[in-house]
Write a protein that binds this ligand. Structure first.
Ligand SMILES: Cc1cc2nc3c(=O)[nH]c(=O)nc-3n(C[C@H](O)[C@H](O)[C@H](O)COP(=O)(O)O)c2cc1C
Ligand SMILES: [Mn+2]
Length: 522
């Protein structure tokens, strides 16, 4: 049964022995991080933590590390094993045209199930228990300063909801928010993310066509807005003024785990995360309208921030101790102005910390890896398995095994990965043959390094890189590397003999198995 809200999820964590309540006083400034970091790095990711006595926030509660282990990630998605989710995706993709009446009857349960995925509008919900239109402050919540050199406090687990001004489609993305003051925060959607694209669409509309409803255009706005675009796309011009338009944004914090997880999933831009969450929890997400903006938010969210991002305003965001294990550098990002806050009574503030792996987000990334494998196979059918080691921080390293059928195929696979949504950021791709277990880093190291002639087998390319990459020649733009560690074929110009891998024969192994006890070694 799907969790209806964060509270049911907390109760489930507690029943499973996966939650610790912390009643001792703890400071949201740094101290929560140090405690959570130690727990994240303890055996099997420790447990989720519910801090109930936060210094300076009497009565507040803060949930962290809810996804921080393989077991909790499974619990969040209500499966024994993440492959179950992958299997459900595969079952949907397997649908073929029914051949007769019986086939059609067999499809009915699947069609009925599909109905469960679409979000449902409801008139009101718990997130409206307290509505604050005039007197409100972001500082009322126990928002963390995570690391010593962070620029301030950051909302780290926000589901940021925007609407594509052209198609009307909604997007939910997780983009951290730096608190500037009681009513403004940074909006750290990186350039290649969907929220940023919605923002650029708004700018285009405000400066090129007739003004759209909420976007008054001032004289001179066009040039200035283009400057903003130049800046947000990596240029170096800071706009003074601009089109004066506003973009509506809502932020839900503390949702049921399927919704929170859907906000990080690298889905195609046009697939609504509310639909993905419905698929994951197998029950529609219930949505309510916001009070001051034309957007819908999950009805059971603990906290909802409503407001606008001004099209002509950018502000320094960061530094922030990031999931690479280093601080992401400061940069210019849009600013979110809060116009209304609604929340549940006694809201539970949900958050996370990122830093040196392993941390909570590493397990979320692992879940993405498992769930996306069948989808990647749609365009890369030779793919057998993939591994994004946690220390590779998602974008630095992807190890893939392939069933190789023609010369040059490993390089074709690299290019396909660099062309695939957010996998474009992958700095290093290792391609191995299907007999290599990519989950076994020892085996990968042994075989990759044995099998390559570096000069011949390394492929460099240029393209977009993750905004968090601090080594690339330019922000957001740099090189990537692929290593073709598959066995080379004569048709690829390799004519030397290839040695056999050392393996004992089955007969001898069985013989020794039988004798093992008698040998007295153990
Ligand atoms: C804890 C956490 C924090 C994240 N913070 C950011 C962020 O600040 N900016 C960003 O662009 N992506 C961030 N991401 C990654 C995005 O959520 C992810 O790329 C997502 O797929 C974006 O959704 P979109 O494709 O709808 O834009 C974060 C992910 C996690 C798990
Ligand atoms: Mn999206």
């Amino acid at each position: 049964m799907a969790y209806d809200d964060l509270r049911q999820w907390i109760a489930a964590l507690e029943r499973a022995g996966e939650l610790k309540r912390i009643r001792a006083e703890v400071d949201p400034n740094l101290e929560v991080t140090e405690i959570t970091d130690r727990v994240s790095k303890s055996a099997r990711g420790g447990s989720a933590l519910l801090f109930q006595n936060l210094k300076g926030y009497p009565g507040s509660q803060l949930l962290i590390n809810q996804f921080g282990s393989a077991r909790r990630m499974n619990l969040a998605l209500e499966v024994e094993n993440l492959d179950e989710v992958a299997d459900r995706i595969r079952a949907f993709m397997d649908v073929k045209s029914p051949q007769g009446f019986l086939d059609k009857v067999k499809m009915l349960p699947m069609l009925a199930e599909m109905g469960k995925f679409f979000p449902k509008s409801v008139s009101t919900g718990p997130c409206k228990e307290v509505i604050k239109r005039d007197h409100f402050s972001l500082v009322d919540f126990p928002i963390l300063q995570c690391w010593p050199k962070d620029a301030g406090r950051f909302i780290t687990l926000p589901c940021v909801i925007t609407r594509d001004p052209k198609t009307g489609k909604r997007n939910v993305g997780m983009y951290r928010m730096q608190i500037y003051d009681e009513r403004t925060a940074g909006m750290h959607w990186q350039r290649q993310k969907v929220g940023a694209e919605h923002y650029r669409e708004m700018l285009r509309a405000a400066t090129q066509g007739p003004a759209v409803a909420d976007t008054p255009v001032r004289p001179g706005a066009r040039r200035q807005a283009v400057d903003v675009m130049a800046r947000t796309s990596g240029g170096s011009v800071r706009a003074e003024g601009g089109p004066g338009g506003k973009m509506e944004v809502a932020v839900a914090i503390g949702t049921d785990p399927a919704i929170t997880f859907s906000a990080i999933v690298p889905a195609p831009p046009d697939v609504e995360e509310y639909l993905i969450a419905g698929f994951l929890r197998q029950k529609p997400v219930e949505l309510v309208k916001c009070e001051t903006v034309d957007l819908e938010v999950p009805a059971t969210a603990e906290v909802v921030l409503e407001g606008h991002v001004h099209l002509d305003e950018l502000r320094t965001e960061g530094p922030f101790g990031d999931h690479t294990g280093f601080y992401s550098l400061e940069d210019l990002y849009p600013v979110f102005h809060v116009s209304c806050i609604t929340h549940r009574k006694d809201p539970v503030y949900a958050t996370t910390i990122v830093g040196k792996p392993p941390m909570e987000d590493g397990w979320m990334g692992k879940a993405v890896e498992r769930i996306f494998l069948p989808l990647m196979k749609l365009t890369i059918p030779e793919l057998v398995d993939i591994n994004l080691p946690i220390e590779g921080v998602f974008h630095n390293l992807m190890i893939v095994s392939i069933k190789k059928s023609y010369p040059g195929q490993a390089r074709k696979v690299m290019n396909a990965i660099w062309a695939l949504g957010q996998a474009m950021f992958t700095k290093c791709i290792l391609v191995v043959d299907e007999d290599v277990n990519v989950q076994d880093i020892g085996e990968v190291t042994l075989k990759v390094l044995n099998h390559i002639d570096p000069e011949r087998d390394i492929q460099f390319t240029l393209g977009p890189v993750d905004s968090l990459d601090h080594a690339s020649r330019l922000p957001n733009y740099g090189s990537k590397m692929g290593i073709d560690a598959t066995r080379k074929w004569a048709s690829e110009g390799f004519t030397r003999p290839w040695p056999d891998e050392i393996l004992m024969d089955e007969k001898t192994k069985a013989l020794v198995d039988k004798k093992w006890k008698e040998l007295g070694i153990e």
